[in-house]
Design a binder for this molecule. Structure first.
Ligand code: RTP
Ligand code: MG
Length: 152
């Protein structure tokens, strides 16, 4: 996979959707130069969340986190571009919004660990797994961005 086609899974959690932060979050990825390849609103169920957060099943915070993630729609997106997995996490900020720098999504929009507005894949392998979990192959749109020649 060439660096320009690296992909990551970014989600706006139910608090971000309810608070009307969707457009501002999408805008940060668009303005940075990343290409949107998939987007949809999802009401997640237990099965999807147990697979998505498989590494956290059984931890004390897991049941509360799942009930929060089921409390409203989640905006699921896939973005493509150079180093997008790592850069996506940087754009999101630290897990705990209180430890997130101003200028990051969590640092600008959050103050509570359990209400941290957004999710981003933590590695290229996680990204591939999460994209396949949340999206069908045909939902990933293959298109050529006219901006690419100005971004790269
Ligand atoms: P995410 O997967 O949601 O993008 O967050 P992350 O990688 O930054 O952090 P992770 O360790 O994967 O944790 C997943 C989510 O669980 C909640 N959490 N609560 N001790 C706690 O109460 C606790 N620890 C983690 C957070 O909302 C975190 O985003
Ligand atoms: Mg995580």
């Amino acid at each position: 996979m060439s660096s320009q086609t690296e992909r990551t899974f970014i989600a706006v959690k139910p608090d971000g959707v309810q608070r009307g932060l969707v457009s501002q979050i999408l805008s940060r990825f668009e303005k940075r130069g990343y290409k949107l390849v998939a987007i949809k609103l999802v009401k997640a169920d237990d099965k999807l969340l147990e697979q998505h957060y498989a590494e956290h099943v059984g931890k004390p915070f897991f049941p509360k986190m799942v009930s929060f993630m089921k409390s409203g729609p989640i905006l699921a997106t896939v973005w493509e571009g150079k180093d997008v997995v790592k850069q996506g996490r940087t754009i999101l900020g630290a897990t705990n919004p209180l430890a997130s720098a101003p200028g990051t999504i969590r640092g600008d929009f959050g103050i509570d660990l359990g209400r941290n507005v957004c999710h981003g894949s933590d590695s290229v392998d996680s990204a591939e797994r999460e994209i396949n979990l949340w999206f069908k192959k045909e939902e990933l749109v293959d298109w050529e961005s006219n901006q690419a020649k100005w971004i790269y």
